[in-house]
Unconditional design. Structure first.
Length: 275
């Protein structure tokens, strides 16, 4: 059912070409008209035959075993090229729905396409980070060879303008049939812009003692409020476990500027992708 945009419609429609309203981000079969992205949007530096193993910037653990942050994953100029490509050559569709029993409130612009070349390049660039954090994550499977194999080819870009947000929700896992026993296990958010507000905010279980109000430094990208929040910083990457171990989280309303986020997932499986 198509629902009207209740607020910020005029702002969003200035930069959004398609007005199709959708509920979720599961890959669909009607996106053939959306072009893929130029591979050079994900530059790979200092790579060899075994992949891109440039030592990562400091990994910040926002919540043990589940939420991790690395700044300067992409350079500012690379982020700006992503945004320019999205705005000038593709355009955003509208995602807008009120909260229901099954869906959180959400309002944003979105580009979604299947692009395994970009997914592979993102994965190569993430390898040093994954090498560091996978030992801290407990993802169990009956097959001992189950491990991270790549990024999801379902690549998305989100645009949140002033007042837009995504209510509290959990990210579910999706089956990825092109990998043996393939399943997404980790959400990947790459921030293509900075803005005021728009924090990605997590709510750990109260039993952990981390769900109450915490004193944090604004200069570190964190703010003093309930939960654990990261205010968008251009070029940063945030990874968090999803599925059964996903923390409740939300995207705060943007207060000023525009928030652009590149989204994919880390796919686990027991073998390489079958083309």
């Amino acid at each position: 059912m198509v629902k009207k945009v209740k607020r910020n419609a005029k702002q969003l429609q200035k930069s959004i070409k398609s007005k199709r309203h959708v509920k979720n981000d599961v890959a669909s079969t009607n996106r053939a008209s959306v072009p893929t992205f130029p591979p050079n949007l994900v530059p790979l530096k200092h790579c060899d035959h075994s992949g891109c193993y440039t030592p990562p910037s400091k990994i910040v653990i926002l919540h043990p075993s589940s939420v991790f942050l690395v700044r300067n994953f992409l350079e500012k100029s690379d982020c700006e090229r992503w945004v320019k490509k999205a705005e000038e050559n593709i355009g955003f569709e509208v995602v807008s729905h009120s909260a229901t029993r099954d869906y959180a409130h959400r309002q944003c612009g979105r580009i979604q396409c299947e692009d395994w070349v970009i997914a592979d390049r993102l994965y190569e660039k993430m390898r040093p980070i994954l090498k560091e954090i996978t030992s801290q994550i407990s993802i169990k499977h009956t097959n001992p060879t189950y491990r991270h194999m790549g990024c999801n080819g379902n690549v998305r870009i989100y645009k949140y303008e002033k007042g837009m947000s995504f209510g509290r929700h959990y990210d579910g896992s999706n089956i990825i049939p092109c990998y043996p026993n393939g399943c997404t296990e980790i959400t990947v958010l790459i921030y293509l812009s900075s803005c005021e507000g728009g924090a990605t905010r997590f709510y750990p279980p109260q039993s952990t003692g981390m769900g109450s109000k915490r004193q944090t430094k604004k200069s570190a990208g964190l703010e003093q409020k309930s939960g654990i929040a990261f205010v968008p910083e251009i070029g940063s990457i945030l990874l968090h476990v999803h599925g059964d171990k996903c923390l409740l989280h939300e995207a705060d309303p943007v207060l000023r500027g525009s928030k652009y986020v590149l989204r994919t997932d880390i796919v686990y499986g027991t073998g390489n992708r079958i083309n």
